[in-house]
Design a protein around this ligand. Structure first.
Ligand SMILES: Cc1cc2nc3c(=O)[nH]c(=O)nc-3n(C[C@H](O)[C@H](O)[C@H](O)COP(=O)(O)OP(=O)(O)OC[C@H]3O[C@@H](n4cnc5c(N)ncnc54)[C@H](O)[C@@H]3O)c2cc1C
Length: 503
């Protein structure tokens, strides 16, 4: 049963009629079968829900779902909400795989949801120049498949292969090569007025301009990332040069070596020995990679020409052995069919090389079920703080995770993604059974993670739908949040686009 928030339960007859009218007009734009109307039996108020989500966050009351298939349909629907008399606001998602942070859910009650998965064109691609123009419904699997055997590759994440390239980048997701937002070079955006604009770099029909996101003057692409200033209908994304050779060195270390071993790995990153995102998994997170039980696991990617990879792998292996910090070091797991974790090692190398594995084998090993059943059956939460890349800071983050376990009984996975030699994206995960007290315990643990990590200065770079107030709590008092609000008021005076997780 949906528990109605006051704002929707007390909905007046005129507001209900206005909403019906605007949804009726939206149906004329996108087709009646592409609009889900509210369930009229819910206390007479026109609300429905999007169904279960894997985070077990409270289902938001939504006023309907509209599923356009073209950018022009999105533009006309947004325009309708701008000119019609309705208090409903729009919340957009791409493929809705934002698992652990809220899945498809809006941050607040009372939105009309724009499901953009039907905008699924790869509009244009230039492999030689290294760009593609993709719509929100284009998945990493589809774009990567187009590039197979070419001189370019996609920076893929380790989420399901069937998640959106655009949706992930708009939430500042992290790929295996770098943070996805670095791949966004241009955006096509429907503004709250219904005007469609393009910012950043876009291909031109009759001349070739270099791919460069910033243009002249203020750089506008980032305005629409983690933002509620517009609805994105397409993006130009960078395709990276494909390395001639690639190898992932696997290392293990025992928990007592955490501080020293991560400091050593940081040294390699700072000296340019590693390529892409070095990943360090704690014991719980390492399990899905067939790693030694009770040990941390490190993946260091090396790529370039074959000679460069041989040389780098020799250097890293010698440094690792010389340090005396690692209990196992191997650079042959993927090339040696006899290696115990050969299959996993091959999948890991392929992912670093831009193949997101359409079978989702590793993803399913982690989650215990296919992506399409996750929201109905799974229990999973994410907490995503940034931590300075020093051995001491990472050891402290580990202590905080242990403190949360002691307080709540919740054992967390942690994956440390080195975004640079200075910053680590510390992905804290909690898997739990949906029924019983485990879900409640996981949410208590999530609250504690926010409190403990932020008190230490380890602030999250992505928020879930229940912790949106942290965007204000964490902002330094420098006027930035109030400037962002003034921008929102100027661009969206009638608040056509719903409050999101960040503003
Ligand atoms: C096992 C596992 C592994 C994961 N690994 C990773 C990983 O390696 N890296 C990572 O970053 N995440 C990871 N995730 C988290 C998540 O699954 C991915 O970030 C995923 O790509 C998000 O789903 P999506 O692409 O469908 O985006 P969506 O859910 O469609 O979009 C995300 C958010 O962006 C905004 N948005 C989306 N589209 C638009 C639009 N067109 N206009 C305006 N705003 C929009 C909305 O706020 C939306 O909530 C993982 C999750 C799991 C369970």
């Amino acid at each position: 049963m949906t528990v109605l928030p006051e704002t929707t339960a007390g909905h007046e007859a005129s507001a209900v009629a206005d909403l019906r009218a605007v949804l009726g007009k939206a149906a004329q734009v996108v087709g009646a079968d592409r609009v889900t109307h509210p369930d009229d039996e819910t206390h007479g108020a026109p609300v429905t829900t999007l169904g279960p989500n894997v985070g077990l966050y409270r289902s938001r009351a939504v006023f309907g779902v509209v599923r356009p298939q073209t950018a022009e349909e999105v533009r006309r629907v947004v325009e309708l909400f701008a000119i019609e008399e309705t208090s409903a606001r729009l919340h957009a998602f791409s493929t809705g795989g934002n698992w652990g942070l809220g899945s498809r859910e809006p941050a607040q009650d009372g939105a009309v949801v724009l499901d953009l998965s039907g905008l699924d064109l790869i509009r244009d691609i230039d492999v030689a120049q290294g760009w593609a123009v993709v719509e929100p419904g284009v998945t990493q699997a589809r774009l990567a498949r187009l590039l197979e055997g070419s001189e370019r590759m996609l920076n893929v994440t380790v989420s399901s292969a069937h998640t959106s390239v655009v949706g992930n980048a708009l939430d500042r997701g992290v790929g295996l090569r770098h943070q996805r937002v670095e791949d966004l070079t241009g955006l096509e955006v429907v503004l709250p007025s219904g005007e469609l604009i393009r910012v950043g770099w876009w291909p031109e029909a009759d001349r070739q301009t270099p791919v460069y996101a910033h243009g002249l003057g203020p750089s506008l692409v980032q305005l629409f990332v983690q933002s509620n200033l517009g609805v994105v209908t397409a993006a130009t994304v960078r395709l990276l040069p494909r390395p001639e050779a690639l190898r992932v060195v696997r290392l293990n270390f025992t928990p007592d070596k955490l501080e020293a071993a991560t400091a050593e790995v940081r040294r390699w990153v700072s000296q340019g020995l590693a390529r892409g995102v070095v990943k360090i998994y704690n014991e719980a997170a390492a399990r899905a990679y067939d790693s030694e039980p009770g040990q941390y696991l490190v993946h260091v990617c090396l790529d370039g020409t074959r000679e460069a990879v041989d040389a780098l792998s020799g250097i890293v292996t010698v440094e690792a052995v010389k340090s005396g910090l690692f209990s196992a070091v191997s650079d042959t797991d993927a090339s040696d069919p006899g290696a115990a974790n050969h299959d996993v090692a091959v999948r890991v190398e392929r992912a670093y090389a831009g193949d997101p594995d359409p079978t989702d084998a590793l993803f399913e090993a982690k989650m215990g079920r296919p992506a399409r059943r996750l929201d109905e059956e799974g229990g999973f939460l994410f907490f995503l703080p940034l931590v300075p890349f020093t051995g001491a800071a990472l050891a402290r983050a580990d202590e905080l995770i242990e403190q949360v376990r002691a307080e709540t009984g919740m054992r967390c996975g942690a994956t440390l993604n080195a975004l640079s030699a200075d910053v680590v994206d510390c992905v804290v995960t909690m898997k739990f059974a949906r029924d019983g007290e485990e879900a409640e315990r996981a949410h208590r643990a999530l609250d504690r993670l926010y409190e403990l990590f932020t008190a230490e200065g380890f602030i999250p770079y992505r928020l879930d739908i229940e912790h949106t107030e942290w965007a204000d709590r964490l902002a330094a008092g420098t006027g930035a949040r109030s400037f962002a609000r003034r921008l929102k008021d100027a661009v969206d005076p009638h608040h056509v686009i719903a409050p999101g997780r960040y503003a």
